[in-house]
Design a protein around this ligand. Structure first.
Ligand code: NDP
Length: 244
């Protein structure tokens, strides 16, 4: 029987690459998206073309009730998920001195609380089955800090703490919980940055290039695989050496 994977923010960028990679590994994939239905439907079509099942699920992960509803819709259509990838994320950059409280909250709500709500919605089924893989997409920004990203760094550092705690809570139930911390990856998120910020970003990467969404997807697919059965609570950096 095919495994079922749920990827939040699976419609675009890194999440899309993860969804496609998990489909290559034989998973049926639920693509959770916030609002851009066209992108979600396009990714679902690409996944289905690989011969597995897929569905688009509109859900604001920052809303706990929507998270539960989304997981229930996936269970009804594809079955109980085996793999949960918390990838949905946003930025609202600005220096802390001028950062609006609502911009701080919005980033925490989506990047950190959203992951918690999805984990909470999936865990009862994982625990009943005594198996499951959770992979949270953090960021090197959460490990080393980044000027202009007080909200984002805090959300990603929080996500790493969440990963480690849930890993401890469910380790005896056959469930692994890990984080992947990308560095500087080419997506809509980085394309929205200024030319100067992009240049400075690449200059901080010892490998001298921006990463590809597929670089991150490969790491996620490994942590979601049977081969990673004895790995839990780890943070795997995919950053070209940006944070060593
Ligand atoms: P993109 O902006 O390209 O895509 C974001 C995805 O998240 C979209 O699918 C979007 O859906 C979805 N999303 C956003 N908010 C919500 C929400 N509230 N509920 C559900 N889905 C939501 O981002 P990236 O691919 O660049 O980033 C993916 C993850 O990787 C993020 O967590 C980011 O923090 C992390 N990361 C990215 C790095 C980079 O350099 N790009 C570096 C380090 C970490 P929709 O299309 O509907 O808007």
């Amino acid at each position: 029987m095919a495994k079922v994977a749920l990827v939040t923010g699976g419609s675009r960028g890194i999440g899309r690459a993860i969804a496609l990679k998990l489909a290559d590994a034989g998973c049926d994939v639920a693509v959770v998206y916030a609002g851009r239905e066209d992108a979600a439907n396009a990714t679902v079509a690409e996944i289905e073309a690989k011969g597995v099942r897929a569905m688009a699920v509109k859900c604001d992960v920052a809303d706990a009730a929507q998270a539960i509803d989304a997981v229930n819709r996936v269970i009804e259509t594809l079955g109980v998920p085996d793999v949960l990838v918390n990838n949905a994320g946003i930025i609202r950059d600005g220096l802390a001195m001028r950062m609006k409280p609502e911009d701080f909250r919005a980033v925490i709500d989506t990047n950190l609380s959203g992951a918690f709500y999805m984990i909470r919605a999936c865990l009862p089924a994982f625990v009943r089955r005594r198996s499951g893989r959770i992979v949270n997409i953090a960021s090197v920004s959460g490990m080393m800090g980044n000027a202009g990203q007080a909200n984002y760094s805090a959300s990603k550092a929080g996500l790493i703490g969440l990963t480690k705690t849930i890993a401890r809570e469910v380790a005896a139930r056959g469930i692994t919980v890990n984080a992947v911390a990308p560095g500087f990856i080419e997506t809509d998120m980085t394309r929205s940055m200024s030319e100067a910020a992009l240049k400075a970003g690449v200059a901080a990467v010892p490998m001298g290039r921006i990463g590809k969404p597929e670089d991150v997807a490969n790491a996620v697919a490994f942590l979601a695989s049977d081969e990673a059965a004895y790995i839990t609570g780890c943070v795997l950096k995919v950053d070209g050496g940006m944070y060593i």
